[in-house]
Design a binder for this molecule. Structure first.
Ligand SMILES: [Zn+2]
Length: 476
């Protein structure tokens, strides 16, 4: 009987708050001196009292609402007990049976088709510190200890490594759109655990699964799941069907998973309600207020761009890569009044430069107004596309305004028929052979003469007028 892969993801994303989950320490410790962002609370000294971060709760709930989750009126924090040197409390403050949100779903696009992935829950917890192993020593940095995390648990609705990757990318985009997490994989602000098992197609019951821990890039996520599916497929072929849940690690260099331990179950953690934090009560009114703040989601925006602006789905997907880029595009269109040209300029010229210089849209120098003006002038024929490309570098490098560059360099398109006629006549006189070719029926020769005229006018002649005038002259 054919087998299908059953995959579920747990995504940990760092909440973009200024301070940690239960104390006032700086939450942005990336690149900071080890143990320079700590206090007695986040290092678990005896007698300290953790106090939940209001902003972390707000951002968690907003993310959950975006993922279509229900927000129960009551929720609470629990202690998840385990020992590890980077966990000074000896337990993690997490949420067990009453999380801040349950029962959501998110839509993904797979080769053009839509698919819904169920979200079991999104809950809040604090992160552990970080161990660095040096020779015979292990160094402990608690800067990250106490950082707020959202854990987003999906239903086992994913069926392939590619699907899991697309889902994870969609979640990253959504969190970035909401502004609840920067979800920067490079900085470790987003990490994945993937559960993989196989099942005979048509059967309902789930089989023992392997949970791949701590995947920290989309590529690792996809490769590890693909490897694990194949590994289990071979076991099934040999009739050695896995019977126990296991926890496995991913060796990026070898490109294979390895067994870490039999998977611990919830009872191993001896969860119990965190006695130092009262249960949370979220009034409906507050939730509705937060709901009003939610942005349009990436997929909805992408569909709207196609409908409203008549651009391709591919272009719309690229323009909704980030909320700032999508906003930028809309501002450019507002000024240029030409969506297709605006999209083309952003996706080819601007994004190519940004990629080269590794800049984000909000870090580069061309304002949306400035690019909008450029596209507007090209669309109206005031300057040619070619001149546009000549102007672009000064806009990119120094943020100079289009008008000033055109003024300073006298680059306005020539649309005066008398002036163009002079160039046309000059080109005809200097290219007798090409002219003869055209007159003998070689249509393509015309393009060469147009090129000559453009050269004579330093690219400033209006190409449509040049074409029309040339045809008229040559048929005389
Ligand atoms: Zn602290």
């Amino acid at each position: 009987m054919p087998l299908e892969a059953i995959i579920g993801l747990e995504i940990h994303a760092q909440v973009a708050t200024k301070t940690k989950m239960f104390c006032g320490c700086d939450n942005d410790a990336f690149g900071a001196e080890p143990n320079s962002r700590i206090c007695p609370v986040c290092t678990g000294h005896p007698g300290v009292l953790p106090a939940p971060n209001r902003k972390a709760i707000e951002l968690g709930v907003k993310s959950a609402l975006t993922l279509g989750c229900e927000i129960p009126e009551h929720s609470k924090f629990d202690r998840k007990n385990y020992f590890y040197p980077d966990l000074p409390y000896g337990f993690q403050i997490s949420q067990f049976d009453e999380p801040i949100s349950v029962n959501g779903k998110v839509e993904i696009r797979l080769n053009g088709a839509k698919k819904e992935i169920g979200i079991t829950r999104l809950h809040l917890e604090n992160d552990a510190g970080k161990l660095t192993h040096v020779g015979n020593f292990s160094l402990c940095d608690y800067n990250r200890a106490g950082t707020p995390l959202m854990e987003i648990v999906s239903e086992p609705d994913l069926r392939s490594a590619e699907e899991a990757k697309i889902y994870a990318e969609e979640i990253q985009k959504i969190l970035q759109f909401v502004g609840s997490s920067n979800a920067d994989l490079f900085k470790g602000e987003m990490r994945f655990d993937a559960s993989v098992s196989l099942r005979e197609v048509g059967k309902e019951k789930l089989n023992a699964r392997a949970e791949i821990k701590n995947l920290n890039s989309f590529k690792a996520l996809e490769s590890a799941i693909a490897f694990e599916i194949e590994r289990q497929r071979k076991l099934w072929a040999e009739e050695k069907i896995p019977e126990k849940d296991t926890t496995v690690g991913w060796d990026d260099e070898k490109g294979e998973t390895y067994l870490m331990r039999e998977k611990e179950s919830a009872s191993d953690y001896r969860y119990f309600p965190e006695p130092d934090i009262p249960p949370l009560k979220l009034p409906q009114k507050q939730i509705e207020e937060w709901r009003k703040d939610l942005p349009e989601l990436p997929l909805a925006k992408r569909e709207r761009f196609v409908k409203q602006f008549g651009i391709t789905d591919d272009d719309a997907r690229n323009l909704t890569e980030s909320r700032n880029l999508a906003d930028y595009f809309e501002k450019v269109v507002e000024i240029s009044r030409d969506a297709k040209k605006s999209a083309a300029w952003i996706l080819s010229e601007l994004l190519a430069r940004m990629k080269e210089d590794e800049l984000k849209i909000e870090e580069q120098k061309i304002s949306a107004e400035n690019l909008g003006n450029l596209v507007k002038k090209i669309a109206s024929g005031e300057i040619s596309g070619k001149i546009g490309k000549e102007i672009f570098p000064a806009m990119w490098e120094r943020g100079e305004a289009v008008e000033e560059i055109i003024e300073a360099k006298d680059l306005k398109q020539i649309s005066d028929s008398g002036e163009i006629e002079k160039f046309v006549e000059e080109a005809i006189a200097a290219n007798a052979e090409t002219v003869a070719d055209f007159r003998n029926g070689k249509e393509r020769a015309l393009g060469r003469i147009v090129g000559e005229v453009m050269k004579l006018s330093k690219g400033q002649a209006n190409p449509a007028m040049v074409n029309a005038l040339l045809r008229k002259k040559l048929s005389e």
